[in-house]
Design a protein around this ligand. Structure first.
Ligand code: FES
Length: 110
């Protein structure tokens, strides 16, 4: 693991909580993180579409690393948070993820 002095890592879940090629939402305080397990690599983005606050965790995780919003079909890159098609134009927050001892940690900016 590489320590990142610009982030505070919080424990979010166990690896087994998010089976391969699925997603799951976890709430920490007032944040909702969407954890995506794409081919055994974990990614974390906000669970809120930038178009109209749609719940991305209820959307479909696509094989190419995109997630589709269930409301109006915007797609986001789960690695970068970038909006890939209308109607969303703004990116969602994407977070650093670290997996240690079967536990998934998410890095929040300090
Ligand atoms: S709320 Fe996500 S595309 Fe509209």
């Amino acid at each position: 693991m590489t320590l990142d002095a610009t982030r505070r890592f919080i424990k979010l879940c166990s690896v087994s909580d998010v089976p391969i090629n699925t997603t799951k939402v976890f709430e920490v305080g007032n944040r909702r993180f969407l954890i995506c397990n794409l081919n055994e690599t974990f990614y974390a983005i906000d669970d809120r579409c930038t178009h109209d606050d749609g719940p991305l965790g209820e959307g479909e995780l696509l094989a190419d690393g995109e997630i589709e919003c269930p409301r109006h079909g915007a797609r986001f890159d789960i690695k970068t948070g970038k909006a890939l098609c209308l109607p969303a134009v703004g990116e969602v927050n994407a977070y650093s993820v670290d997996v240690r001892d079967d536990t998934v940690y998410v890095g929040l900016p300090l």
